[in-house]
Design a protein around this ligand. Sequence first.
Ligand code: SPD
Length: 357
Amino acid sequence: MKPLVQAFLTIFIVAFALMYGASYWNSSQGYTGDHTLTIYNWGDYIDPDLIAEFEEQSGTKVIYQTFDSNEAMMTKISQGGTTFDVAIPSEYAISKMKEDNLLLPLDHSKLPGLVNIDSRFMNLDFDPGNEYSVPYFWGTVGIIYNPELTGDITFTSWNDLWSDKLRNQILLLDGAREVLGFSLNSLHYSLNDTNEDHLQQAKKKLQTLTPNIKAIVGDEIKMLLANEEAAVGVVWSGDAAEIMDENDKLDYVVPDEGSNVWFDNMVIPKTAKNLEGAHAFINFMLDPEIAARNAEYVGYSTPNKLAIPFLPEEVSGDKRFYPDPELTDKLEVYQNLGKRMLSHYNELFLEFKMHKK
Ligand code: SPD
């Protein structure tokens, strides 16, 4: 073979090998083309049938991954090396991700279903004009309890959790903002407080709750409470609704000192590869019947006002899970407290968890 032909052949073979290798590496890392959509959501937070329906309707293959806290989700997205097309953070995380330039602005012309959302959930402070996010579910943080096991405790105050009658009876959801938040509220401080003395008081007060805490857990909190393995839980309202669907002896209350009202919205992270697919999926989830099916399956409250008529009256009419603005206006939304303070909340929560062990 002539040297020139040999050189061309070698270049061709090396180039082909590199292209093939890159495409294999990309697909194994989730770097995929227009026919796949990578979704990053909380665990137990979608009806899996809806994913299958979206795949069939759109001809898109969905790669679905889950996280269990806003902090874990933000770390993973900011580290890079992933291509999540759609993610579902909560409000303070959305504000932080915007600040860190981790989100893409949405193309509202591709989201005609946005008009289905109740105006109460649009244009909130963390995302004016919904430039970056579309409401998915919303709710509160409160106490679920089994009156057969807790007797005459009413749980109208966060301080009821400290009752001597609740030794080893309480399950806490594993969230830094939620747990420090209720301790701050029990002291009549804001759950967005940044005063160091108040935060230390909140941590110390949590440490005195240790004898009553059975465990700090993730999604398994639902199964444990429904099976009556503990009498009380501090939970997100949607988890309470799902637990009470399994075991109707339990009740859910938002204590009088106040609590958190939260919003989980769909966003398109900066590293998305399939923008068309991401918009198509978000718009699919905005369909009233789809949103209602998702809300019934997951147990959380939908912000989609056209979905409400598709829900059974006992679900949409339950004020514990669809509270009026008169209640929610009195509750606090978690603020983006900035990188340093958010890390500090996490550290305090870890210190409390270590103390419990
Ligand atoms: N199964 C987990 C559901 C997640 C709910 N998000 C709660 C928002 C927290 N701020």
